[in-house]
Design a binder for this molecule. Structure first.
Ligand SMILES: Cc1cc2nc3c(=O)[nH]c(=O)nc-3n(C[C@H](O)[C@H](O)[C@H](O)COP(=O)(O)OP(=O)(O)OC[C@H]3O[C@@H](n4cnc5c(N)ncnc54)[C@H](O)[C@@H]3O)c2cc1C
Length: 341
């Protein structure tokens, strides 16, 4: 889907101009994306997959990590572990990483953790648009009502292909989108523009409503001084997890992989763990500035506030190129009409 061309977006009482796409994003189902990535990784003969196990700790000591301890998945904590030896261990276990405990268990220091939590909560449901159910006045593929500090309800409709769409509604905890049948659609009426609730009225639900509440931005500063072992790195969400509303985490995980490849590219020169960790953090810096910069303005946000995010917060709140007026001429209309608006 091309952005902004294929998406109608509303924020702060204005429509974004649907000019030619400057970026494209994949909106298909997540399992499909995961499957494609998995096929690609496993096609590399240097990669060997160990299945049916989970990492439960690190091998080594506070000066150097020498591998991971594995246990059969689902086996009790009293069951035997085995060690998989490694020169380098990269924690890519996501937002719920246990690395802080694993490091403490070998006598090393956990990273300093910075969080910024807006208390945002999500609910998501899959819908099917009946034939002819698409808004007749638009050729848009997706719809987005963007929350902001003065208006905390958000909603997005994204195409999954095959006539199916993913609809996500968001609000702050305590007033979060409900997961009960019917109540979800009712909640959509709180959005400051009816474009999404009108769309829902034409669509048929295909799944239950799923809620999600762990949306804090979390950054772990492994690059900061501390008693940390060589041979251990963190990347992806295990290093820096973002409020998912900004849709950045997967791209940043990929940027981290590229940064890691670059840092280790010269076989004649092995960089220190800290240098590589800094390169991984740098790969996530811009996304952090966007996410934390915008979120720190949300009412009730808690956590760190750092000078570095200030300018980004301002730019994230400035929507150049918006068309004006909530009731301007059927503003989510066809792209050609909008060009002349
Ligand atoms: C509701 C929601 C919507 C999102 N929408 C978007 C979006 O639109 N665009 C976007 O770019 N990002 C989005 N994200 C963020 C994105 O999902 C993450 O940033 C991304 O998946 C991070 O990748 P990762 O590989 O670091 O971690 P993960 O994808 O979390 O993968 C971690 C893997 O490690 C495994 N694991 C965990 N612990 C262990 C262990 N002890 N032993 C062995 N394996 C372990 C897990 O099973 C998992 O397979 C969204 C996130 C959420 C929650």
């Amino acid at each position: 889907m091309g952005i902004p061309q294929d998406m109608v977006q509303w924020q702060n009482g204005r429509w974004f101009r649907r000019s030619a796409a400057t970026a494209h994003f994949f909106t298909g189902p997540r399992p499909q994306l995961e499957w494609l990535v998995r096929q690609r990784v496993l096609a590399d003969p240097r990669v060997e997959l160990v299945e049916g196990v989970e990492t439960v700790g690190l091998a080594g000591d506070s000066s150097r990590v020498r591998g991971v301890r594995l246990r059969e998945r689902g086996a009790g904590a009293d069951k035997e572990t085995r060690t998989l030896a490694a020169d380098l261990v990269v924690d890519a276990s996501g937002r719920s990483t246990k690395a802080a405990d694993w490091l403490a268990a070998i006598g090393a220091e956990a990273p300093h953790e910075r969080t910024l939590d807006t208390g945002l909560a999500y609910a998501t449901r899959v819908y099917r648009t009946p034939p002819g159910g698409q808004d007749p006045d638009t050729d848009a593929l997706g719809y987005y009502v963007v929350p902001n500090p003065g208006q905390v309800y958000g909603g997005v409709v994204l195409p999954l292909g095959d006539g199916r769409h993913l609809v996500t509604l968001s609000g702050l905890r305590g007033d979060e989108p409900p997961t009960e049948e019917g109540a979800f659609e009712e909640y959509a009426k709180r959005l400051p523009h009816p474009v999404i609730s009108d769309w829902l009225a034409r669509a048929e639900p295909e799944s239950p409503v799923y809620g999600f509440r762990r949306t804090a931005n979390v950054r772990r500063r492994y690059d900061r001084p501390g008693r940390r072992p060589a041979g251990f790195l963190a990347t992806g969400d295990a290093l820096c997890a973002f409020n998912p509303i900004y849709g950045q985490g997967m791209a940043v995980a990929a940027l981290g992989a590229v940064a890691l490849r670059r840092a280790l590219a010269d076989p004649g020169r092995t960089p220190t763990t800290r240098v590589v960790q800094r390169a991984l953090l740098d790969a996530s810096r811009q996304a952090w500035d966007i996410s934390a910069g915008a979120d720190k303005k949300m009412p009730g946000a808690t956590g760190t506030r750092r000078a570095r995010v200030r300018w980004t917060a301002r730019s994230a709140g400035t929507w150049a190129g918006c068309s004006s007026g909530r009731r301007a001429i059927r503003p989510w209309g066809r792209r050609s009409a909008r060009r002349s608006a």
